[in-house]
Design a protein around this ligand. Sequence first.
Ligand SMILES: NC(=O)c1ccc[n+]([C@@H]2O[C@H](COP(=O)([O-])OP(=O)(O)OC[C@H]3O[C@@H](n4cnc5c(N)ncnc54)[C@H](O)[C@@H]3O)[C@@H](O)[C@H]2O)c1
Length: 328
Amino acid sequence: MRRDKVAIGIVGCGGHAMENLIPVLQAQADVDCIWTADPALDAARAAAARFLGCTPFQSWQEGWRAGRPDAVVVAATPQVHLTVARTALEGGVAVFVEKPLAVSREEAVLLAQCAATTGLATMVGHNLRHTEAAREFHRIVADEAFGQALAMEMRYFASKPRGDRWGLRNPVRSFLLSHATHALDFMIQLMGPVGRVEAARAATCRDTITVSAQLGFGEGRMGNLLTTTAAPHFDFRASVIGSNDQIARIEGTREVSLVGAASDRKRWSRLWVDRTLNTGYASAGYEAELALFLTAVRSRRPESARPSFADEVAVYDALEMIEARLLA
Ligand SMILES: NC(=O)c1ccc[n+]([C@@H]2O[C@H](COP(=O)([O-])OP(=O)(O)OC[C@H]3O[C@@H](n4cnc5c(N)ncnc54)[C@H](O)[C@@H]3O)[C@@H](O)[C@H]2O)c1
């Protein structure tokens, strides 16, 4: 760190950056955003105006030449994510990248390999795992009393985006990169890497996609994922069955329950609910994920930034297995 603050550059100043990432970064006392970049210069300007002494650029290469930050925060397209992340790592700069990290597993592996030799913090923006509810859910499942997580089901329902994205000319991959990545990260964090997949796509209705996938984890443990873009609004739920006759459930970002923990196991469950006044950024996990990343950069402890690029390879392994089954 060249000063007492973490200097950052922001690449991509669209909806997600402006609505979620930048408000959280603005609230961090020890963040100094030195430049923003977006081909839409007005967007870069609007983002830069949120920080003191921040310069907007029309390309991230101009920003990079103007001043090397300690970290870049990237929220653009998977193609841009790959190029910026690679350049940043080669230049000794930590990287936070929104999902999808890249277009393919091959590219994700390349980035993980680049990161491995640098000792820099890398992180992929899977905010769901950082919600308070998800962290509570994770604590329950990791508890000795829960036993081994035998099986998991997850429903991940979205309303958009639909159709092709990022010029991929591949609506299935666009869908998997947009949605299944979050759900797979959530499942893999709890159950471990996926070794085997069965998957099918439901009948198409307009330009929506609905996919059902059965995932085989290690040691005969399994999971089911149902994901769609045909929902009226975003919603996710998951359950995990433990080997000690307990079931943990998460209902979106607000509620977690555990059945089978109390002495009266048939009639009682333990219920965790989010605090009433928790703000959207805390509730949605954006605060926690960026705080974790910035702490890893500041403390030079890259291993505490998770999911890292290396972690993300397991998501792409599963994603490409699902895609292969859908296209078979
Ligand atoms: N984790 C989440 O909850 C979440 C939510 C929404 C979006 N996202 C992800 O964030 C990313 C951005 O999504 P969005 O909704 O903001 O999209 P968007 O289209 O609103 O914004 C993307 C921005 O990137 C800019 N851009 C394109 N090429 C660029 C380049 N070479 N250099 C710099 N900027 C460039 C575009 O001009 C645009 O302003 C996507 O990867 C998306 O999947 C994550």
